[in-house]
Design a binder for this molecule. Sequence first.
Ligand SMILES: *[C@@H]1O[C@H](CO)[C@@H](O)[C@H](O)[C@H]1NC(C)=O
Ligand SMILES: *[C@@H]1O[C@H](CO)[C@@H](O)[C@H](O)[C@H]1NC(C)=O
Length: 451
Amino acid sequence: MADHASSISTSKQKAQPKPNPESRDQRLSSPTPLSAPRRRPAGAMAFWTYLTISVGLISLLLAPFFSPRDQHSWFLSLPPDLRLHFSQGKLIKIHPSYQIPFRVFAIESSPAEFSETVLLVPGLACNSFSFRHVMSALRFHGFRAVAIDMPGSGFSERPRVPGSFEDVFAQIKENGIFWAFDQLVETGQAPYEDMRARKNFSPYGPAEIGFVIKKVIREMKLGPVHLVIHDAMLGSGANFVASYPSLVRSVTLLDSSAGLPAFPYWAVGVPVVGRLILKSPSVFTKLMRLCCSRSIDMPAVESQRLLLLGKDGRKGVVDMAKALNYSFDLRQWKELDGLKEMPVQLLWSNNWSDRWIEEGRQTASALPEGKFTYHSGGRWPQEDNAKEITERIVEFVTSLPKTIRMIINEPSEELEEKVLEVNTGSSHQHEHGHQFGPSLGMYGLGQGFMG
Ligand SMILES: *[C@@H]1O[C@H](CO)[C@@H](O)[C@H](O)[C@H]1NC(C)=O
Ligand SMILES: *[C@@H]1O[C@H](CO)[C@@H](O)[C@H](O)[C@H]1NC(C)=O
């Protein structure tokens, strides 16, 4: 896992050559250097010809559905408290190892003075908004609370796999229909050819999500944090803890199981049916009460529904579910270097189903030194009983030695990252322009969108 982390940072060096549409004509008329390495250019050319033509046709047919206007009206259809939530958070740019940057949403709620930071990682199909009550209660107890929307959930963008249909679509939309040919002429290789070879890659894999969590901690200068992992994010959260143990003070598992997400992602994943479920507030409410929380209130259900309905949130959830680590082993994880001393707490529902209570017992038996506590909420207990959840977290965190906050955590690694960024020429300043304060431009909005 440490290997993976270092491969992520070093791969920044091989930055993708930025296509420049203006210089296209020039480049096509100048002879291509014969010495350039070539791999079956004819086959690749045919592939791109077909792909470009089909993408061109499809984009003509689908253009109305992808317009920024839709994003804009979707955003304005959100309830005011959800829009307020968005305006209070920030979008953080992630540069993953597979090169296509995307932004994740994170929100912070903190008193002026604090010593402990609690980082909330919402489960599958869940998001930071669902933890709004827990966050304000934590702040009331004098803690800084931060919640992240996982990639493809809530207000976070969906990561794109290079070379996937979707990515080609986006690139062609952005850079013009000749982009793929330009790349071929320029490099003698179709774009992302090596990427297409890595068939099983998912940008939602545990290591990729772990990298996102680390990036958010770094950018918001949070570390070391008390991590709260909810629901099916167990595999990804655990991967993060194992990769960067120095950034974590304690781990709380909130009804968390790597292979048993509460939300029925498969139902919303079915093409027509999935959309119908999300289109119907009453059906969706029944679904939420069945799967996740018996006492979730109507405004929360509605926010949840609209977040899944907009911005293609459905696909994000299904892709995330596919990439979960279904063979994750908690016992094995706790044996890893640096984790033996890690304080772990297990918060589990005693009021959901016999099967779920049994799952809790088994999880607890994998963590014999961990603290095990029941709560009376459901599988999304932050919606049922935020007060109780918060009190359990506060008790646990305050039972540990106080965190001494350092100015910079792990200065050597931080420095290394800076050096890499200088090498690749991607300046920090440019990045910061996008990061802080949500860019309202994301939904085609200017000032005064709250009204
Ligand atoms: C999935 O879980 C297994 C068992 O704990 C672990 O060995 C493996 O590294 C995990 N995979 C990822 C990608 O984290
Ligand atoms: C379980 O939940 C129900 C309904 O939400 C509630 O009436 C009951 O008291 C709860 N039971 C326990 C043991 O907490």
